[in-house]
Ligand binder design. Sequence first.
Ligand SMILES: C[S@@+](CC[C@H](N)C(=O)[O-])C[C@H]1O[C@@H](n2cnc3c(N)ncnc32)[C@H](O)[C@@H]1O
Length: 282
Amino acid sequence: MNPRLAKVLRSPRSAWNLMRLRWAQAQAVRDRSKIGRSGPIAEAELDRIHWSESLSNPTRFYEKCHCFYQHNLPADLRAHRDYFTVCSRGFGEDAFHVLWFLLFREIRPRSFLEIGVYRGQTISLIALLARQQNHECSITGISPFSSVGDSVSTYLKTIDYEADTLANFAHFNLPQPRLHRSLSSDESAKALIKSQPWDMVYIDGNHDYDVVAADWELCSQQVQPGGVIVLDDSGLNTTYQAPRFATKGHPGPSQLAAEIDRTRFKEILQVGHNRAFMALKP
Ligand SMILES: C[S@@+](CC[C@H](N)C(=O)[O-])C[C@H]1O[C@@H](n2cnc3c(N)ncnc32)[C@H](O)[C@@H]1O
């Protein structure tokens, strides 16, 4: 027997935790294949006119996105997700690739800002979608490119995150993005956010309420009418029931989502714990 496993099993508490982990992993695999078994989804079912279902029945809509990922999404987009999943190069869920596929096709952003880049999974997906759809989109990421975390997240200390992000872009032969190395609360980052209007923003940096609220406050002033802000990890106060391979979000972004001024922003789409808000004309 593996000596580490033997050591774990000698301690009753560790053995119990290991059993619980294995059980949770088995349940996650079971949920994944159960949802995937419902087969391909007619693409029209995810058209914009059906996005309201993502708000009224977010669990069912998430399942459809998961099935669409497994059976319908173009193979190169699935290969992109595989690349980031296999070596733990990224977080997220398969269905989020469908979220960005749908949003990009519908909104056709010319500018995209991500707060919290990690290793570049989402911004490189946006670059890939832009190339596929032959649509020009400038891509900017603001992140410390270090292991800086928050009260709910920790990150590895052993990675050069900026070099890694650029290498991941190069892997897909994508044009290099504009990367700004700082916290979103730093003056230089705030100046960058204020420097132009944005068509699409993804807020996924520090998940603590005060920081995410400050990110929202600033970005919401810079998003053009018709533009969209996607708020990560904000599903806790919704009726969405996450399958056991997915998560519902964190308190900070979820509280912020509940406080968004609905006279300025209309929620248009929810895929799991990611929620998209469109800026309305003043
Ligand atoms: C969950 S990861 C982002 C994943 C990324 N959005 C993606 O989809 O691939 C959060 C990232 O935000 C970074 N971060 C933490 N605090 C931040 C802050 N105050 N401003 C910007 N980024 C921050 C972390 O270091 C980490 O790289």
